[in-house]
Write a protein that binds this ligand. Structure first.
Ligand SMILES: *Cc1c(COP(=O)(O)O)cnc(C)c1O
Length: 394
């Protein structure tokens, strides 16, 4: 039996110990954190829909009409009108024949991969894919070939070696810790050539990129072509839960075989109704997406003016690379003292030696908030010797 205290001490020694911080009030552009007001730069509430009045009202009305919980899994008695209505809406939004709700993105990825790949087959997974994809690969009992980040040559080599046993290529659309976009046309071409399916996780792409915020698949013009699209309701859509879009037959197979769908309670009707209201707002106000993109570009520019490079990010996920865990957390705490909340990200979320402060822009940030936040992080970085650069005019 491993000693709990020893394991905690080891995490502390390695600079990897994590603790929960407490946010008061909704996920707005600024929040009260552990009792102090700070600018919020690490929420995935990208479009401000989690705190929009219409979305909150839709959740409250659904709770009054349908109850607080769904009472059972979808296949028992938990399938209700708000679930159906949202699935129809999501399928139409993404340009697919069918959509299926899951309890969360974690559950969707782990369930779908395990349902679509089995013993004797191979799943091809980008090395920077989200942990829920990694766990789906483990659950599938298929072999996993991890290809170098975005490296289609390496993937192609792996597919040739698998000699037709390749079942699935899986990738984040927008990478959750780096903010860059997967090379989807090349991935789809390789999938077709080798008889594998392509699955894209749109967690940070929905509401953020593509026409009307339809994500990376739509941005590449591949709606309906990519075999499986996973999206979350908990990020830009401001609610909780996730969905999978595919053709009707594949969705039918998931209903019958995805264990995280079958053996888990249906999402609460309030979460489904809130997501439907958020989707309606996104469709009516595509300018929200433009505002998010403009804010993200301003944040990247403002950090660059502070001498901080955001690497390959082209989106609202803007990492400030530090390297080691201790220095990252020092930067995080010092930035907090100055009034900006951005979370330090360490292994196992990112590879060893690539710790970073992960900043995220929201459509609801004011321009001056973003410039101020970048300046506070830049000042903190200079104070602890991470950056020598003098700030330039943004
Ligand atoms: C957040 C995230 C998930 C998990 O979604 P939840 O609904 O929060 O469980 C899956 N994939 C990626 C890329 C994510 O960033």
């Amino acid at each position: 039996m491993t000693e709990v205290r020893e394991r905690l001490e080891e995490l502390r020694d390695r600079g990897l110990y994590r603790h929960l911080r407490l946010v008061e009030g909704p996920q707005g552009p600024s929040v009260t954190l552990d009792g102090r007001p700070v600018l919020l730069l690490c929420s995935n509430n990208y479009l401000g829909l989690a705190d929009r009045a219409e979305v909150r009202e839709a959740a409250a009305e659904a709770a009054l009409q349908w109850g607080a919980g769904s009472g059972a899994s979808r296949l028992i008695s938990g399938n209700m009108e708000p679930h159906r209505a949202l699935e129809r809406r999501l399928a139409a939004f993404e340009g697919y024949g069918s959509a299926l709700l899951f309890g969360s993105g974690y559950l969707a990825n782990s369930g779908v991969i395990a349902a679509l790949a089995g013993r004797g087959e191979v799943v091809f997974s980008d090395e920077l894919n989200h942990a829920s994809i990694v766990d789906g690969c483990r659950l599938s009992r298929a072999e996993t070939f991890v290809y170098r980040h975005g490296d289609v040559e390496h993937l192609s080599w792996g597919l040739r070696r698998a000699r037709g046993r390749g079942a699935l290529i899986v990738t984040d659309g927008v990478f959750s810790m780096d903010g860059d976009v997967a090379p989807l046309p090349q991935l789809l071409e390789l999938a077709r050539r080798h008889g594998a399916r392509l699955m894209v996780d749109e967690a940070h792409a929905t509401g953020a990129i593509g026409p009307g915020g339809r994500g990376s698949v739509a941005a590449a013009g591949l709606s309906g072509e990519v075999d499986v699209v996973v999206g979350t309701l908990g990020k830009a859509l401001g609610s909780y839960g996730a969905y999978v879009c595919a053709d009707a037959e594949l969705v039918d197979l998931l209903v019958n075989s995805a264990r995280s769908f079958i053996f888990s309670t249906a999402p609460p009707p309030s979460a489904a109704a809130a997501a439907a209201a958020a989707l309606a707002i996104l469709e009516a106000e595509p300018e929200l997406v433009e505002r998010l993109q403009a804010n993200a570009a301003l944040l990247r520019r403002s950090l660059a003016a502070e001498g901080l490079e955001a690497g390959p990010s082209t989106t609202q996920v803007v990492p400030v690379h530090v390297g080691e865990a201790d220095a990252t957390m020092e930067l995080c705490e010092l930035a907090l003292e100055k009034g900006v909340f951005a979370q330090g990200i360490r292994p196992p979320t990112v590879p060893d030696g690539s710790c970073r402060l992960r900043m995220t822009a929201m459509a609801t940030h004011r321009r001056e908030d973003l410039v101020a936040a970048a300046h506070m992080v830049g000042t903190a970085a200079r104070e602890i010797g991470l950056s020598q650069a003098e700030p330039l005019a943004a």
